[in-house]
Design a protein around this ligand. Structure first.
Ligand SMILES: Cc1cc2nc3c(=O)[nH]c(=O)nc-3n(C[C@H](O)[C@H](O)[C@H](O)COP(=O)(O)OP(=O)(O)OC[C@H]3O[C@@H](n4cnc5c(N)ncnc54)[C@H](O)[C@@H]3O)c2cc1C
Length: 335
């Protein structure tokens, strides 16, 4: 092996994986086991994505009976360590760019190739070059491929920090998970915003935890019957409503807590340098058989893509699909 090849091997990873939730971890572990060299980034100080901090039982991840979300996250972290995957936590990727040379400068043809209308698997595409990921406070890192696994965040996050991240507006919690579980409910009046499964499930949870009253505000009710049937009709306030966040009031009535369940939106923050094709819901469009996006060499997996049912297992299955596609791609290129 010549000097230039050694340098390239040292400096360019086989895959830059953004997001260490179930999808990113699965992809990274498979790639490492296949003898390739991935590097796994996460903005958070932990592995596990949405599973981390979720204290609720997870009967759906069938290989881990009795586990809760936290236990699933712990197993994911152990798998990363066991496979020897290079892991960079607290490393938010702010930008992803194509680059053609070892100095990391994007070339004109690489930029042209990343066009939004390119179909997965179709069109004439550049078969060379690499990608660079970058962020604040760390040196850009380069790789032959990118795997996006940034997941989703709770809608309405502008009101407060979603999922497990606590709350920015005191008294308002956005999204389900650890922040909801950590809250005290005894004797408190709680408003729930949203009409889906999460809203109804958490209304029941809050009532079990001793709330003095629970009111669900829902423009439309979409929750499954199994949950709807358990909620007393007097809890439900159906139709339009207005929220005054700083006064913690809904329709002019003041609450001790407001819990917001407006569904999820894909996390697309680092995609400024790539024009990826999105579907009508704003999720990344991918090829079903390879998980490749509309940009050659960029794969998207897990909740960032539209799933019939997003969960730990479907996210992990996507990771496997992308890993095998990355392996096939690199073997084709002789990288
Ligand atoms: C309360 C709750 C309970 C759930 N219960 C279950 C259950 O019982 N069973 C089940 O199967 N599923 C459950 N789920 C769903 C499951 O957690 C998700 O489907 C799964 O975590 C999705 O995996 P993912 O890898 O696609 O994304 P995520 O888990 O969302 O991981 C994405 C990761 O990307 C990171 N990231 C985002 N942007 C950047 C960036 N710019 N740079 C670096 N890193 C970034 C995030 O920090 C995060 O760690 C639950 C979800 C919630 C919220």
């Amino acid at each position: 092996m010549g000097k230039a090849e050694i340098t390239e091997r040292e400096e360019i990873y086989d895959a830059l994986i953004v997001g260490a939730g179930p999808a990113g971890v699965s992809c990274a572990v498979w790639l490492a086991n296949l003898g390739l060299r991935p590097v796994l980034f996460d903005a958070a100080p932990y592995v596990g994505g949405l599973c981390h901090g979720n204290p609720f039982p997870d009967p759906w991840t069938v290989l881990l009976p009795g586990a809760d979300g936290n236990a699933v996250a712990g197993q994911l972290a152990r798998s990363v360590a066991a496979a020897g995957v290079e892991l960079r936590l607290e490393t938010r990727v702010d930008r992803i760019d194509r680059c053609a040379t070892l100095d990391g400068n994007p070339s004109a043809d690489m930029k042209r190739d990343a066009r939004p209308d390119a179909l997965p698997g179709g069109g004439a595409r550049a078969q060379q070059g690499c990608f660079a990921v970058s962020g604040k406070g760390w040196e850009p890192v380069r790789g032959h491929t990118v795997v996006l696994a940034t997941g989703v965040r709770a809608r309405g996050w502008q009101l407060g920090v979603g999922a497990d991240g606590g709350t920015a507006v005191p008294g308002i919690i956005v999204g389900p998970g650890g922040a909801v579980a950590r809250q005290e409910y005894e004797g408190r009046h709680v408003a729930i915003l949203g009409g889906g499964d999460n809203a109804f499930e958490n209304a029941l949870y809050v009532a079990q935890r001793g709330a003095a009253s629970v009111t669900i505000y829902a423009r439309n009710v979409r929750a499954q019957r199994q949950l709807r049937d358990q909620v007393p009709p007097q809890w439900l306030c159906r139709g339009p409503y207005t929220v005054e966040p700083s006064g913690l009031s809904v329709n002019g009535r003041r609450y001790d807590l407001i819990l917001v369940f407006y569904g999820w939106e894909p996390v697309l923050d680092p995609l400024g340098g790539l024009a990826l094709r999105l579907d009508s819901g704003g999720f990344v469009s991918t090829d079903r058989y390879t998980a490749e996006s509309s940009v050659d060499g960029v794969y998207a997996i897990g909740e960032l893509t539209r799933r019939q049912h997003p969960c730990v297992l479907t996210a992990m299955a996507d990771g496997v699909v992308a890993a095998k596609a990355v392996q096939a791609r690199l073997e084709r290129r002789g990288t």
